[in-house]
Design a protein around this ligand. Structure first.
Ligand code: 1CP
Length: 342
């Protein structure tokens, strides 16, 4: 059995076609997910290994993607800090006791990862057993900055005012918070790897809000610490959005594959991170709302820019949107396989 295409690409080895998976491939655009969600709250689905494994497998069977992504959330790791995490109906995550000061940081409970998120490791074991050999499981966690942004803001944010103020006004508290998150995140990812995740992705989804100098001073050392602490031999995908001006710094922080969003041409992004790492991306998720013939030129353009060089994993530039027709997603996966066959 040769290595699965996604693992070969993550190691910049040649593949018979460009492997493809999609961020948020498990989720609300899928009718079978909505059917389960009608009966269970999000956290209940994520915390029950049997249902979390079922949701992880749903898109693999339906779409023919080259990887599964664990069904979990980047905020599961903050629940044990005692900040009052809730997934409110229709609003996304809410943190009832946001962390805004030195005293708030001092109050955080240390995270015992094995006991706090053991259910995730059990989900990984169940999924691993059920997956075909050619489909590796991608484990994931939020990167310290993106997770800290929720913990400080109390939920999603546009401008990250409280986060940026904490960095500047209480840098010691900021670094303590980031260190605590980085330690928990490394243990969390290593637990997923030990349970059977073949690749891990670090989501720094909102890091594009930062000036490069702020990234260097307040974020890079912590993301680098997470990546440096991971079990050797497991490829790491390091992803962010709005990162066109940060790409060399993301690469400096680490990762075998750097995720690109759609605001940068794939070949220019690849040059910016360096040709000695892989890249993942980078179709605009909104493109999938329109019929396949309308997004085919963009898919061809991405593949042309990758030019068959080993190390490209096809993906969207961010997650599948809820209103995306499932047939369009399936058509994309088939299109990438057909157009990239070598
Ligand atoms: O109501 C529901 O059904 C819950 C919606 C939902 C889902 C399906 C949430 C709440 N999380 C998830 C699963 C999830 N989250 C996955 C696994 C599924 C997959 O990718 O196929 C992953 C990888 C995540 C990661 C995640 N959660 C990120 C990083 C990825 C990204 O989109 O940038 C972020 C920022 C979150 C926070 C979060 N959790 C949920 C929502 C709606 C959000 C985003 C809130 C916001 O806009 O800030």
């Amino acid at each position: 059995m040769p290595d699965p295409p996604l693992l070969l690409a993550a190691r910049r080895r040649p593949t018979p076609f460009t492997p493809v998976w999609l961020m948020r491939q498990a989720g609300r655009y899928l009718p079978e997910y909505r059917a389960l969600r009608a009966r269970h709250a999000f956290l209940e689905l994520a915390k029950t290994p049997q249902t979390a494994a079922e949701v992880t497998l749903q898109p693999v069977e339906r779409l023919g993607v080259d990887a599964a992504i664990l069904f979990a959330d980047i905020l599961l790791i903050v629940e044990p800090l005692g900040v009052g995490l809730e997934f409110a109906k229709g609003e996304g995550p809410v943190i009832h006791r946001p962390v805004r000061s030195e005293a708030d940081v001092a109050r955080l409970a240390p995270v015992d990862v094995a006991s706090a998120v053991g259910f995730v490791f059990e989900t990984v074991r169940l999924v691993k057993r059920a997956l075909p050999l050619r489909v590796p499981l991608i484990g994931f966690a939020g990167a310290p900055f993106t997770v800290a942004s929720y913990v400080v803001e109390g939920g999603p944010s546009r401008d990250y005012l409280a986060t940026k103020r904490l960095m500047r006004e209480a840098p010691n508290a900021w670094h303590r918070l980031m260190t605590l998150l980085a330690d928990a995140t490394a243990a969390y990812l290593n637990g997923q790897i030990a349970a059977g995740a073949a690749v891990v992705q670090l989501f720094d989804s909102w890091v594009g809000a930062l000036a490069p100098d702020d990234y260097r001073a307040f974020v890079l050392p912590h993301t680098r610490a997470v990546i440096a602490a991971l079990t050797p031999g497991t490829p790491v995908i390091h992803f962010g959005t709005g990162t066109a001006g940060l790409l060399p710094l993301l690469r400096e922080a680490g990762g075998d594959v750097i995720g690109l969003d759609w605001r940068v041409d794939l070949d220019a992004g690849w040059r910016a991170v360096g040709e000695d790492v892989g890249v993942q991306g980078n179709l605009d998720p909104v493109a999938l709302l329109s019929p396949p013939e309308t997004f085919e030129p963009a898919v061809r353009s991405i593949l042309r820019r990758a030019a068959g060089r080993p190390g490209h994993i096809f993906n969207l530039g961010h997650g599948v949107l809820e209103s995306t027709p499932v047939e369009h997603v399936k058509a994309l996966v088939d299109m990438v396989h057909e157009l990239s066959a070598r």
